[in-house]
Design a protein around this ligand. Structure first.
Ligand code: OGA
Ligand code: NI
Length: 343
């Protein structure tokens, strides 16, 4: 049977089998028994010393992680535990609202700046994904906050506060990453034009046959850098030396990953790494990625300080608007969108 409900949350717990439009072909299934489990899947970096005398040591750790892993986790990041718990409960509350209340926010048009949707891009994809998501643009805040859901009642206020804090953390990380590349501290900040920030509240309901489908199939993030907050249910997996490795959640940490634009700016020194989200039989899972990005008009290309005769520019210059458009329209295919922007 095909799903008759729009959102996965509204049929997930009543079906015994995954509806056929969610079933991946045999060659493209998660093979969950082959996944490696490791507590040190990605480096954990303590940001406490970023503003102290050991700043250069932390910057070196960040640089190594960006180069070799494309992913790292951060602790002592300055975002209070209460704010983290609050945003997770608020997201949970949103996805528990009655179907009719949630659907007021529904749209399958990726150009809308506030929308609830499902899967990835229902207009272009062949197989659907076991995910519902609420996507919000959140910088500059005053341009968007009035569009956000007003239910739960504290949603706008609390999410606005969270976005503002996460942005401060991102800006500190961007300075550190600029320095780790040997660039001026404000280099990345200055290359993003007016900056942009989006977030997604991802809801992955329990799934009767998690081996047949994905929450999100393997992809790289099209933006500059992503800060992922997740609850305590595992699901994120990162590709490492050709193997999928599960990243076990650590409370009060953020997972940071390099996006495609950072790979371009760094002229391939830093890697935008494939990752995916899988689902499980028993437990719903929430994740809240913040996607920090250039504004659409920003012209992105390799930093000229990183180009020389031994390191020619790997990419041409392009606007972020051009890149973003390609990303949403081609679907989440394993081959990276970056290849279309090579010099
Ligand atoms: C994403 C993503 C992973 C997760 O939304 O781009 O990679 O664990 N999410 O939800
Ligand atoms: Ni992602």
């Amino acid at each position: 049977m095909a799903a008759t409900k729009l959102l996965v949350a509204d049929f997930a717990t009543t079906v015994k089998n995954v509806p056929f439009n969610y079933i991946r072909p045999v060659s493209d299934r998660p093979n969950l028994t082959d996944v490696h489990i490791s507590d040190s899947a990605i480096p954990l970096i303590d940001l406490h010393q970023l503003s102290g005398p050991r700043r250069s040591h932390v910057i070196k750790q960040i640089g190594l992680a960006c180069q070799h892993d494309g992913f790292f986790q951060v602790k002592n990041h300055g975002i209070p535990e209460e704010m983290i718990n609050n945003i997770l409960s608020l997201a949970r509350e949103f996805f528990k609202l009655p179907e009719s209340e949630r659907l007021k926010n529904y749209s399958d048009d990726p150009s809308k700046t506030t929308r609830l949707s499902t899967s990835f891009n229902v207009k272009t994809e062949k197989v659907a994904n076991w995910r519902d998501f609420l996507r919000l643009h959140c910088y500059p805040l005053q341009d968007y906050v009035h569009e956000w859901p007003s239910n739960p009642p504290l949603f706008r206020e609390d999410v606005a506060e969270y976005c503002t804090s996460v942005r401060e953390l991102v800006l500190r990380l961007l300075e550190a990453i600029s320095e780790s590349l040997g660039l001026k501290r404000d280099y990345i900040d200055k290359s993003l034009s007016k900056h942009g920030q989006h977030m997604s509240l991802n809801y992955y309901p329990p799934c009767p046959q998690p081996d047949l489908t994905y929450g999100l199939p393997g992809h790289t993030d099209p933006n500059l850098i992503t800060l992922l907050l997740q609850d305590d249910v595992p699901g994120l997996q990162v590709l490492r030396n050709g193997n999928w490795v599960a990243v076990n959640p650590i409370p009060n940490t953020f997972i940071v990953n390099i996006g495609d634009q950072m790979q371009v700016l760094s002229n391939d020194k830093y890697k935008s790494v494939l990752h995916r989200a899988v689902v499980n039989c028993d437990k719903e899972r929430l994740s809240i990625p913040t996607f920090y990005c250039p504004s659409p008009d920003a012209v992105i290309g390799p930093a000229k300080e990183l180009i020389d005769e031994h390191h020619p520019a790997v990419y041409r210059n392009f606007t972020y608007a051009e890149y973003y458009d390609k990303f949403w329209n081609r679907g989440l295919e394993t081959a990276c969108c970056l290849d279309m922007f090579k010099a």
